[in-house]
Design a protein around this ligand. Structure first.
Ligand code: AMP
Ligand code: MG
Length: 298
C-alpha cells in the first residue's frame, strides 16, 4: 500500500492545484468494509498516537543521553478555521508535553518587524530531541504578506528562495520538517464561522477580521499554490491534507508524522554501565538498609 506521504505530497518541481483536491476527500484511507470510516479513523488515531509517543521518547532520549541533534518540526498552515488548533490538540496531544514545543505566530510585533522575517522563526525552532509544532509559520510572509500587500512584490518574490535555503540548512543540521497545509473549502469555513457565532463558548475564537479576509479567498488559494509549488523540496516537502472532515485530517497528519519519524531510525540509547553490576550494587543498598532498621524507619 502507498504511504500517506506518497499520496499527499506535493511532488517537488510540480505545480500544486488546490482546485483539483477535494477538501472533503479522504485519500489514503483504506476501504473498510462494514465500518464507519470516522470510527475507524478515530480508533487508528489512538494506535498511531502510541507510536508517536514512543518515537518521540526515543528522539528525546537520544538528545539527552547521546547529545543527538535530531528534532522534528511540524509546520501547520491553513486558511482561518482550517483546523490548526484542533490538529495540534489531537496529534501533538498524543505525545509527552515535555518533549513538545508548540509555537503560534500572529502578526509580527514591533520588535520582530525590526528584523528579517526569519528572525522570529529561528528563535522558535524546537531544541534537539523535541517535536516542534508551528501554528502558522514563515509561510505567512508569502501568504498574508503577499495577499494583503504588507510588502512590495519584489520582497515577497525573493522570499521563496530564502525559505528554501533556510529549510535546506535546517535539514542539514538535523531538523526534519513536515509541512502540512490543511485544505478546507470556502463552504466549510462559512459553517465553522457560523458555529463559532452560535456558541458563546466559541466567541473567543471568533475574529470579525476573518469575515473580511474571506473576500481574498481566491488570492489566498493562489498564494498557497505558489508556496506549495515553489517550496516543496526533497529536503522539506509540503503535504496537502483535505481538512473538511476533522477525523480524516487528524488521521492523515498523525500518519504523516509517524511515517516521517519512523524513517529517522530512532532507537533508545544504550546505557554506558554494566547492568548486572548495577543490579548487585542496588541489592547491596537494600541489604544495608535491612541491617539498620532503626535508621531506615526515620
Ligand atoms: P490566529 O491564527 O487566528 O491566531 O491569527 C493569527 C493572525 O496572525 C492571522 O490573521 C495571520 O494572518 C496573522 N499573521 C501571522 N503571521 C503573520 C505575518 N508574518 N505577517 C502578518 N500577519 C501575520
Ligand atoms: Mg483566527
Amino acid at each position: 500500500m502507498a504511504s500517506v506521504r506518497d499520496i499527499l505530497r506535493v511532488e517537488p518541481g510540480t505545480r500544486a492545484d488546490l482546485a483539483s483536491i477535494d477538501p472533503s476527500g479522504t485519500p489514503g484511507l483504506p476501504k473498510q468494509v462494514g465500518r464507519e470510516p470516522k470510527t475507524w479513523s478515530r480508533e487508528r488515531l489512538v494506535a498511531i498516537g502510541e507510536d508517536l509517543a514512543s518515537l518521540q521518547e526515543r528522539l528525546y532520549a537520544a538528545a539527552k543521553v547521546d547529545h543527538a541533534q535530531a528534532r522534528v518540526l511540524l509546520v501547520l498552515q491553513a486558511m482561518d478555521c482550517g483546523g490548526k488548533d484542533g490538529t495540534t490538540k489531537k496529534v501533538a496531544g498524543t505525545m509527552n508535553p515535555q518533549g513538545l514545543q508548540i509555537i503560534s505566530f500572529g502578526p509580527p510585533t514591533a520588535e520582530e518587524r525590526e528584523h528579517d522575517f526569519l528572525w522570529r522563526i529561528r528563535r522558535a525552532l524546537p531544541p534537539a530531541g523535541c517535536v516542534g509544532v508551528f501554528n502558522r509559520s514563515h509561510y505567512e510572509d508569502v501568504l498574508v504578506a503577499r495577499v494583503r500587500s504588507l510588502v512590495d512584490e519584489a520582497t515577497w518574490q525573493a522570499r521563496y528562495e530564502t525559505i528554501n535555503a533556510f529549510e535546506r540548512e535546517l535539514a542539514k543540521t538535523g531538523t526534519t520538517l513536515v509541512k502540512v497545509m490543511l485544505h478546507i473549502s470556502f463552504e466549510e469555513q462559512s459553517q465553522r464561522l457560523a458555529d463559532r457565532l452560535a456558541d458563546p463558548t466559541k466567541h473567543w475564537k471568533y475574529n470579525p477580521a476573518d469575515v473580511d479576509e474571506r473576500a481574498y479567498w481566491p488570492a489566498y488559494q493562489l498564494a498557497y499554490e505558489d508556496a506549495l509549488s515553489r517550496c516543496s523540496t526533497v529536503d522539506a516537502p509540503w503535504y496537502v491534507v483535505p481538512a473538511d472532515r476533522k477525523w480524516y485530517r487528524d488521521w492523515a497528519v498523525a500518519s504523516l508524522l509517524r511515517e516521517t519519524m519512523a524513517d529517522l531510525g530512532l532507537s533508545y540509547p544504550k546505557g554506558d554501565f554494566d547492568v548486572a553490576a548495577e543490579r548487585r550494587r542496588l541489592e547491596h543498598t537494600v541489604a544495608l538498609m535491612a541491617r539498620r532498621p532503626a535508621q531506615a524507619g526515620r
